[in-house]
Unconditional design. Structure first.
Length: 66
């Protein structure tokens, strides 16, 4: 539900980049290109980029059922 702290493939820390990535490249704002945001943050590996780009925050969807 929340962004994983580490990449599933290589084990690098990716959770620390989530808040800034979401703020800068969210689909609602669309201010910046996600590729450019990840380059600025220093996320170079494709597996780590996948973790941030493909994450869907489902906390609000699942929380009523708990």
């Amino acid at each position: 539900m929340m962004v994983p702290v580490r990449c599933f493939t290589c084990g690098n820390t990716v959770g620390e980049y989530w808040e800034e990535y979401e703020a800068r490249a969210s689909t609602l704002d669309g201010d910046e290109d996600p590729e450019q945001v990840l380059d600025d943050l220093g996320v170079e590996r494709h597996c780590c980029r996948r973790m941030l780009v493909s994450h869907e925050d489902l906390v609000d969807v699942v929380s009523p059922y708990q």
